[in-house]
Ligand binder design. Structure first.
Ligand SMILES: *Cc1c(COP(=O)(O)O)cnc(C)c1O
Length: 380
């Protein structure tokens, strides 16, 4: 699904010397590489504060801790996402409220959010799923009306633009009250282990978060709040510093590959290709930076998705089903309050979606081979 080795070969010198530098200076934790990376990412995103953390799941949890959410507070998020999003809500004894998604963008359905709001609702967690920004104009408007926090789960969307109705442009993760991201190796900006970060423009929240990631300490050995130990280590920061200057090129390369896939699938009735953003007038993925294609995900209709997975695997083509089970049906997150008729889209998508290989080293020959095998199968 990804070619991390191929990508490494192209930046080997820079990465190797950065890693060696950390080892030689032995500044393994909170070294200068971490601080430099933090500043460089703040500049790139146009956000006032980046707080690095150990991984993207922690980042989301710490964001919620920093907002002071309390047990019993309701947090609305999408039924169709990676489990980490709902896991941290439950772990903090907040009440997850899962809602359906939009069938075109795969992102949280704004009408479903409106329906789910109660007096106990405190926050909304939109996920920029597969690299396409959620409908942030609407989500921010709902949040303002009901006095809710918006926590962007930007693990899959780093580098994507969001263009508001008024034409203004921001990076995903720089729009809500706070955001989290992941530097898991296969993410669009991946390190060589675990890593994550929290972003915010709020000075007071940033201060609070910096203490929470470090055992609740604002002054050495003074523990003012219950915190966690969640740090990005210096070696990972060094890798990320070597890769950040390439992020826009990496995302553009993904968009070009996505465009090629979609052109190859034109006119095939059994395949629905990924949609572009709702606000951009562009017709081409490579003209619009609103989808950074963490995943290139098709809907297969009128053909057997699971048999297609098997067919591709038999032809040595990796593929993935993200995600095969709606979160509201997972054992850990089942709840009597949920009604199946409120999840018609997610219940359908889990049967239809398939993600094809997507990374920075895909070449035309590979895309031609993959698309041919997919089309041969659905036309069979
Ligand atoms: C990857 C991911 C996470 C978790 O990130 P980790 O660094 O693996 O903890 C959270 N949310 C979404 C949507 C993700 O894709």
């Amino acid at each position: 699904m990804v070619d991390l080795k191929g990508q490494y070969e192209n930046i080997k010198e820079r990465v190797d010397s950065s890693i060696m530098n950390v080892i030689e200076t032995t500044a393994f934790i909170n070294g200068p590489e971490v601080h430099e990376f933090q500043k460089e990412l703040e500049d790139y995103l146009g956000v006032k504060h980046v707080i690095p953390s150990a991984n993207g799941t922690d980042a989301l949890q710490i964001a919620m801790m920093g907002l002071g959410l309390k047990p019993g507070d309701e947090v609305i998020t999408a039924d169709f996402t990676f489990a980490a999003t709902v896991e941290v809500i439950a772990l903090l004894q907040l009440t997850p409220v899962l809602v359906d998604v939009d069938p075109v963008t795969f992102n949280i359905d704004v009408e479903a959010i409106k329906k789910a709001i109660t007096p106990k609702t405190k926050a909304i967690v939109p996920v920029h799923l597969f690299g396409l920004a959620a409908n942030m104009d609407e989500i921010m408007a709902i949040a303002e009306e009901h006095n809710l926090y918006v926590i962007e789960d930007n693990a899959q969307g780093i580098g994507a633009d969001y263009i508001s109705k008024d034409g203004s442009k921001k990076k995903t993760g720089a729009i809500g009250h706070v955001a989290s991201t992941s530097f898991f190796p296969s993410k669009n900006l991946g390190c060589y282990g675990d890593g994550g970060a929290i972003f915010t423009n709020d000075d007071d929240l940033a201060h609070s978060l910096r203490g929470i990631v470090n055992h609740g300490m604002y002054e050495r050995y003074h523990h003012d709040v219950v915190g966690v130990n969640s740090r990005l280590d210096s070696i990972q920061a060094a890798v990320l510093r070597a890769k950040l200057p390439n992020l826009d090129t990496y995302n553009a390369t993904r968009q070009k590959s996505a465009q090629k896939y979609t052109e190859a699938f034109k006119g095939i009735d059994q395949i629905i290709t990924p949609s572009l953003c709702e606000t951009c007038a562009s017709e081409r993925y490579d003209d619009c930076n609103c989808h950074v294609f963490h995943q290139y995900t098709l809907r297969i209709i009128g053909a057997d998705r699971d048999a297609l997975v098997k067919h591709l695997n038999e032809n040595d083509i990796p593929c993935g089903v993200y995600y095969p089970i709606p979160l509201h049906l997972q054992k850990a997150y089942k709840d009597e309050r949920y009604n199946e008729e409120d999840f018609t889209v997610t219940n359908q998508l889990v049967k239809e979606v398939i993600s094809l290989p997507m990374h920075t080293e895909l070449d035309d020959e590979q895309i031609a081979y993959i698309t041919k095998k997919v089309i041969d199968f659905v036309n069979k």
